[in-house]
Ligand binder design. Structure first.
Ligand SMILES: NC(=O)c1ccc[n+]([C@@H]2O[C@H](COP(=O)([O-])OP(=O)(O)OC[C@H]3O[C@@H](n4cnc5c(N)ncnc54)[C@H](O)[C@@H]3O)[C@@H](O)[C@H]2O)c1
Length: 257
């Protein structure tokens, strides 16, 4: 796919950009000529993504962040503005992998860890990104990565399902409050996408990959991380200038069938 420079002069944060969909999103946004902040707590892999982007002749900087820590998220947003002058786009993508236990056996410590990242971490990103965008007075676009699990439950994933429903809820509140600032806030619900997180879940459950792909996709295959990046590119760009408060399902039909 040819990508026109539709993010020219935009500055974008992508969290969880050291691998998987976040890495694909950072690379695609840089091809679309955004200046990209590659944000992750995996320093080695995150720096490698930023290096690959700059080696291709585009603009990126790695910033260490643990999104569950308020001071880290503030530092991320401050560093973005110091490095590139402003913040126009944020893709809040970082998350922990789904739990694997029935409700009557759920792991309380994993609840705390996952909620502190997938839910509170996403909320902290929203908080400090919005503060900066409101202060700038130039609008903006934020995409929170939810999941098909934010619409349809899967067994043994109660903690993850609850968090991903929550991501859609906080997205709507942020959209309600910030339309007056011309800041659009949307979420994106990926289906089963070929990333390290998916492979971790398949390994833990011992499921056959093709059977899972057939069950979760009308196209009979896992999605490529770049196919999710393309959905985020649409929502982040001015092509989606009249889209806010919604969830875009990029899931080969799963949530609508
Ligand atoms: N893979 C799938 O099939 C799938 C399906 C639906 C939704 N999702 C969602 O898509 C997003 C990306 O998933 P993925 O499969 O690319 O995941 P992944 O596990 O491959 O990558 C997640 C990235 O987030 C980073 N990260 C985790 N916790 C962090 C923290 N506290 N602070 C900073 N960085 C942190 C990791 O280091 C990693 O680079 C997630 O929100 C996930 O829940 C994934």
């Amino acid at each position: 796919m040819t990508v026109f420079p539709i993010l020219q002069d935009k500055v974008a944060i992508v969290t969880g950009a050291a691998m998987g969909m976040g890495a694909a999103t950072a690379k695609l946004f840089a091809e679309a000529k955004a200046k990209v902040i590659v944000a992750d707590f995996n320093d080695e892999k995150g720096q490698a993504v930023a290096d690959a982007i700059t080696a291709a002749g585009n603009e990126a900087t790695f910033v260490h962040v643990d999104i569950s820590k308020s001071t880290d998220v503030q530092h991320l947003v401050d560093t973005t503005v110091k490095t590139y002058g402003e913040l126009n786009i944020a893709i809040n993508n970082a998350a922990l992998a789904p739990d694997q236990a029935p409700v009557d056996q759920f792991d309380e410590s994993y609840w705390d860890r996952l909620m502190s990242v997938d839910l509170k971490g996403t909320a902290l990103c929203l908080k400090y990104e919005l503060q900066t965008m409101i202060k700038q007075g130039k609008g903006g676009s934020i995409v929170n990565i939810s999941s098909v699990s934010g619409f349809r439950p899967q067994p043994n994933n109660m903690v993850y399902v609850a968090a991903k429903h929550g991501v859609r809820g906080m997205t709507k509140v942020a959209a309600l409050e910030n339309g007056k600032h011309n800041i659009r806030v949307n979420s994106l619900a990926p289906g089963a996408i070929d990333t390290p997180m998916l492979h971790q879940s398949l390994a833990e459950t011992g499921q056959d990959p093709q059977q899972v792909a057939d069950a979760l996709s009308e196209l009979g295959r896992f999605g490529d991380p770049r196919e999710i990046a393309q959905g985020s590119l649409f929502l982040a760009s001015d092509m989606a200038s009249y889209v806010t408060g919604t969830t875009l399902a990029v899931d080969a039909g799963f949530t609508n069938m």
